[in-house]
Design a binder for this molecule. Structure first.
Ligand code: PLP
Ligand code: LYS
Length: 446
């Protein structure tokens, strides 16, 4: 097990994070509870800023799909990064956090006309256009509003990243972007250059997520620069910007070998520079969009242990008060996590158990076969590395209220997302009058 950031074991043998005792946090805020280590989150932002912006003049934008709320947007802003948003909701959150809109990039493979109009009204820095339909729609909307908008075109470079099938995005058979290989991308560029209300500034690609193998980035950069060269030869257009997406992998489980951000920056920037030199092109402004590698390691989730069921010779199930509702990743991608018993950190593992969630799904298993000290109902289990794609992918299946989130730093814990309650669950339910009167009739006929 790997304790990251400010995590340590305190004198009471409890897990501590951000100078706060997790057992006390569980008591004060309840469980399940998302806890974000502010120091580590900011350190991760700074590692990107130093490696890309200070060393190479590149731009770093945080992918808010990873974890977004007002407090997170505000930290990202303070650390000098931009923001990638993929929906009206993420854009709205950024606006409410007063994030400078010129530092916002708007992504997505099916932005609605309303979302595009909203982005134009907010004057976001760039819209990353995914397909021809969007290109025409955006041009028309910008025309109606009398503006010209800066765009990047998202391309599918045909580069396969070594990661889970569901989180690969750069291959040809993908719902994202215009394919380079078959001419779709070149046709898109030529059309964009004709349209009066869009200003093409460059190209974007994103080859996937949870990537350890840096050569995939170098390869993608070479393919993208090759395309920049072909565009220049065919149209005379010189791309000023090259957005290479995000995707750097993090440590979740033994065997995961994350690469340092500095190494990632060196590999990517060297590939861009060398290819530009070989093709006699100016070096474009490079943009990267990390998410997981900033938020992931900075988060943990605290649960309370409940029912324990031992099926002798088969499996011991230890159920916790959350599960796929707050972390759907194990059910979706068979993702693995490490965990510890936060209130008894000094005890050695004595048995193998499986941590079950509380949803009515056999697949709601947070961790299978983990060696832990003997667990009792009431113990606090901390699952590590849950800062990315947990809260942002959480759901209300089984009408479970979503957990609270707190930000910890230097012994201080601030609530940044309130725990949902049962009223939240029925907030948008509407009882049609005819059903209401049926209920009244039924009641009175009894
Ligand atoms: C377009 C785009 N940019 C950036 C990211 C962030 O990726 P990661 O969280 O792996 O860094 C994603 C998600 O995979 C994405 O789809
Ligand atoms: N949600 C995925 C990552 C998807 C990235 C979005 N392009 C995960 O948890 O690993």
């Amino acid at each position: 097990m790997k304790l990251q950031g400010t995590m340590q074991v305190n004198q009471k043998n409890h897990l501590e994070i951000g100078g706060c005792d997790t057992v006390e946090l569980a008591r004060e805020f309840g469980t399940p509870l998302y806890v974000i280590d502010e120091t580590l989150f900011r350190q991760n932002c700074r590692a990107y800023y130093q490696a890309f912006t200070e060393s190479y003049g590149a731009t770093v934008i945080y992918a808010s799909k990873t974890l977004s709320n007002l407090a997170v947007c505000s930290m990202v802003e303070q650390e000098g990064l931009g923001l990638d948003v993929v929906s009206g909701g993420e854009l709205y959150t950024a606006a409410k956090a007063r994030f400078p809109m010129e530092r916002v990039y708007f992504h997505g493979n099916n932005k609605s006309p309303e979302e595009l109009r909203m982005a134009l009204e907010y004057k976001v820095g760039r819209i990353v256009v995914d397909n021809r339909y969007e290109l025409e729609t955006l041009n028309n909307l910008a025309g109606e509003m009398g503006v010209k908008v800066n765009i990047l075109l998202r391309l599918s470079p045909g580069v396969e990243a070594h990661t889970h099938e569901y989180i690969k995005t750069g291959q040809i058979d993908s719902k994202f972007g215009l394919v380079i290989e078959n001419g779709m991308a070149m046709a898109g560029v030529k059309r964009a250059l004709q349209l009066p209300h869009v200003q093409l500034t460059g190209f974007h690609c994103h080859i996937g997520s949870q990537i350890f193998e840096l050569q995939s980035y170098a390869h993608a950069a070479e393919v993208m620069m090759g395309f920049v060269h072909n565009v220049y030869r065919e149209t005379g257009f010189v791309a000023e910007e090259l957005n290479m997406g995000g995707g750097l992998g993090i440590y979740y489980y033994q065997g995961d070998r994350p690469r340092p951000v500095k190494e990632y920056a060196d590999v990517l920037m060297t590939a861009v520079k060398n290819t530009a030199a070989a093709l006699d092109l100016p070096v474009p402004k490079v943009i990267v969009e990390p998410g997981r590698s900033i938020a992931g390691p900075a988060g943990i989730t605290l649960y309370t242990v409940g029912a324990i069921k031992d099926i002798p010779g088969i499996r011991k199930y230890v159920a916790v008060d959350g599960g796929m509702g707050d972390n759907p990743r194990p059910a979706l991608y068979q993702s693995k996590y490490e965990a510890c018993v936060a209130n008894r950190m000094h005890e050695q593992p004595v048995e193998k158990v499986s941590i079950a969630g509380k949803c009515c799904e056999s697949g709601d298993m947070l961790i299978r076969d983990i060696a832990l000290p003997s667990l009792q109902p009431g113990d606090i289990l901390a699952v590590l590395g849950t800062g990315a794609y947990n809260y942002s992918m959480s759901m209300n299946y089984n009408r479970l209220p979503r957990p609270a989130m707190i930000l910890v730093n230097n012994g201080r814990a601030d609530l940044i997302v309130r725990r949902e309650d049962y009223c939240d669950l029925i907030r948008n339910d509407v009882m049609p009058d005819r059903l209401r009167s049926n209920l009244v009739k039924l009641a009175s006929s009894r």
